[in-house]
Design a protein around this ligand. Structure first.
Ligand SMILES: Nc1ncnc2c1ncn2[C@@H]1O[C@H](COP(=O)(O)OP(=O)(O)O)[C@@H](O)[C@H]1O
Ligand SMILES: CSC[C@H]1O[C@H](OP(=O)(O)O)[C@H](O)[C@@H]1O
Length: 405
């Protein structure tokens, strides 16, 4: 049995999740509570504990000592729960509107208790359904500008940044990304998940292209070495909750001090994948064009919101004497932009042929249709990686994406 007092790790079940929330005094002892496990991600358990009478509810997320999607043959550190709760708390300090509040966390139990966002929708599902979220691009741009700026040497005391970065050393989760995003898809590796019909295409397009591999090596080096800021580390559309007017970012267990462009690239990559999948989901040409234009606008507006807000924070809260030197901001944004495009390319490719695909594409039941989308995505992903230096503006990026549907 998992108790707060003993602090001995054991995976929760629906009964012990209730018990834990009562022990934490989140509910009264005589409240009648229900509990269900609602986790649909690759790694963790997620319980919703609810008082059906009052409607009050909380989410208890618990790390398992292995990757849930594979099973106990893939052991995985419980420390990811500490990283996740510390990242959520830091992010709540910076952008409370866009972050669930953490009520309790415990390293030994590997649990984080937080706001229940059940009245929100996971963005990936909302986009597959063709919904419109008018504030999404602006909100994500704001979220990224504030989190990336205030955790970096540009916006945080530079000695404090070194101290903070030591709390987010996350080797096992980084290794997953190093392998699944930056290595395995570019080789005929056992973790890949490729339809037999696609293999010849993938082999020619990726595995035999040495110049592509040189560019991926450069991007992997950036991921390994550029400890610029505290990144979320896995900002795909399954890590974003949305309502008509609201946006909340969850699941930062991959957080670490990494490159500025990594989160923006992840977000854009997942918008691109939904964009390409709409070729099949929306058969009506008029509706498809309209929705795809909305998705292109998200790419454009989120980058613009990010760069405008980042510029404003740069001018208001500089931590480095060089930040008023002409050209330094522009050079910094240009470097972030180039990394963003390259990371987006890698993220697009990994979701098409690597372990852990995306529902937007995997839910296409017709194999030929699905593979057509995957080929378009692989072609575009490769282009983003190898041509990232030539794509100078967000308008140019949007144009390149629009040419691949
Ligand atoms: N705060 C929350 N409120 C409501 N549902 C949540 C919350 N956090 C997670 N969930 C549900 O659990 C699922 C998995 O959560 P996630 O944090 O992505 O887990 P994993 O780390 O395993 O990917 C989400 O897709 C969502 O359905
Ligand atoms: C074996 S982990 C695969 C994959 O899962 C993670 O995503 P999530 O926890 O949101 O489901 C992450 O993207 C990893 O690369």
């Amino acid at each position: 049995m998992t108790t707060v007092e003993q602090e001995i790790y054991e995976p929760l079940n629906i009964e012990t999740a209730i018990e834990l929330s009562k022990n934490l005094q989140l509910f009264d002892h005589d409240d009648h509570l229900t509990s269900e496990e609602i986790g649909d991600g690759n790694l963790n358990l997620v319980f919703r504990v609810k008082n059906e009478h009052s409607g009050k509810s909380v989410i208890i997320k618990q790390a398992l000592p292995y990757a849930k999607v594979v099973g106990s043959s893939w052991p995985l550190t419980l420390d990811r729960a500490r990283i996740e709760s510390e990242s959520l708390k830091r992010t709540y300090q910076l952008v409370p509107k866009f972050t669930p509040k953490v009520y309790f966390s415990n390293t030994n139990l590997a649990v984080t208790v937080m706001d229940d966002l059940s009245d929100f929708t996971i963005l990936r599902k909302g986009l597959i359904a063709g919904n419109i979220y008018p504030n999404l691009a602006k909100d994500i741009g704001h979220f990224l500008a504030h989190t990336l700026f205030f955790n970096s040497d540009f916006g945080l005391n530079q000695q404090e940044k070194k101290v903070q970065s030591s709390r987010f050393i996350n080797p096992e989760l980084c290794k997953i990304t190093e392998d699944l995003v930056f290595t395995d898809p570019f080789y005929d590796h056992g973790t890949n998940n490729i339809d037999e019909d696609l293999k010849p295409f993938v082999s020619t397009m990726l595995w035999e292209d040495q110049s592509l591999k040189l560019e991926v090596a450069t991007l992997k080096k950036a991921f390994l070495t550029k400890g610029e800021t505290l990144v979320h580390g896995d900002l795909h559309t399954g890590s974003i909750f949305v309502r008509e007017e609201d946006t909340v970012v969850i699941d930062p267990e991959f957080a670490f001090y990494g490159p500025m462009g990594f989160d923006i690239g992840a977000f854009i990559a997942n918008i691109i994948l939904n964009y390409l999948s709409q070729q099949v989901h929306l058969r009506n040409q008029f509706q498809r064009q309209e929705y795809q234009q909305y998705l292109l606008n998200i790419i454009d507006e989120s980058w613009n919101a990010f760069s405008e807000e980042f510029t404003s924070l740069w001018n208001q809260y500089p931590q480095d004497v060089f930040m008023n030197i002409d050209g330094y901001l522009e050079q910094t944004l240009q470097e972030i932009f180039k990394d963003t495009i390259g990371f987006a390319g890698c993220k697009v490719i990994r979701r098409m042929i690597g372990l852990a695909g995306v529902e937007d594409v995997e839910c296409i039941s017709n194999q030929a249709d699905r593979n057509k989308v995957k080929k378009a995505a692989l072609t575009l992903g490769k282009k983003l990686i190898v041509e990232r230096s030539q794509i100078a503006t967000i308008n140019e990026l949007v144009k390149v994406v629009s040419e691949h549907a």
